[in-house]
Design a protein around this ligand. Structure first.
Ligand SMILES: [Mg+2]
Length: 237
């Protein structure tokens, strides 16, 4: 036996925009939290410009190290309060709404799987790959993946919040490779050309751009990306 390859065959999957999407994304969650406190005419479009910075993944060069969930949300709270204040929400309401954002962001019924996501996961699993989610996300992503019904297809969920490093920082890719026991035959599939594709390639992980949900897609659908991995993997390195 002269195979030099050791370790598992792994496909790392981005989450948002690749496997699933949340209505309105973060801005949508802020609106939902605010609406719980009373009628509001603030919209996701109003809030979106004020959420373009200040999240951990906006500064991937900064490695903070592992955080507990409460500490992660505490670090983010000033940014969320600031976004509410910027659209005219009073300070007390902004603070109260911020405390509800996490629960709203991860509310199951606000999420939907992207077309082809489940068949894509099944295809690579059937071909002998282990599926691992590798996402710039908050602390509650593992629970969301399970409640979305993907637990049987995904072995491990790695969220940047609990690692303390963000894609495309090489540190989170190295962490992912280590904890998943990945060998040379591993891939990254994601919708972000920088965080997912360039980040993975910078540490020698092959990557496929799967941004097929967007009208201006430059890459593949998620199912086509899975077919690409299986096809290329079968020809083998
Ligand atoms: Mg994404």
């Amino acid at each position: 036996m002269n195979r030099r390859e050791v370790g598992r065959r792994v496909v790392f999957w981005d989450f948002d925009g690749t496997l699933a999407r949340r209505d309105g994304m973060w801005a949508g969650a802020l609106v939902d939290a605010l609406a719980l406190l009373g009628p509001t005419d603030v919209t996701a479009d109003d809030l979106r410009p004020h959420l373009r910075g200040g999240f951990p993944w906006h500064r991937p060069e900064v490695v903070v190290g592992p955080l507990e969930a409460t500490a992660w949300w505490r670090r983010l709270s000033a940014r969320l309060i600031g976004a509410y204040r910027a659209v005219g929400v009073d300070p007390d309401t902004a603070t109260a709404a911020t405390a509800l954002v996490g629960e709203q962001y991860y509310r199951l019924d606000a999420w939907q799987l992207i077309d082809g996501a489940r068949p894509a996961l099944q295809l690579v699993q059937a071909a002998g790959y282990t599926n691992v989610v590798l996402s710039n996300h908050g602390p509650e992503l593992p629970e969301l993946v399970t409640t979305l019904g993907l637990g049987d297809l995904i072995a491990t969920v790695i969220t940047s919040a609990l690692v303390g490093a963000e894609k495309p920082n090489p540190m989170i890719f190295e962490h992912a490779r280590t904890v998943s026991g990945a060998g040379a035959d591993c891939w990254m599939i994601g919708d972000n050309p920088i965080a997912d594709v360039a980040g993975a390639e910078s540490v020698g992980i092959r990557a496929v751009l799967a941004d097929g949900v967007y009208p201006d897609a430059r890459g593949m659908t998620v199912l086509r990306a899975a077919e690409h991995v299986v096809g290329t993997g079968a020809r083998g390195a």
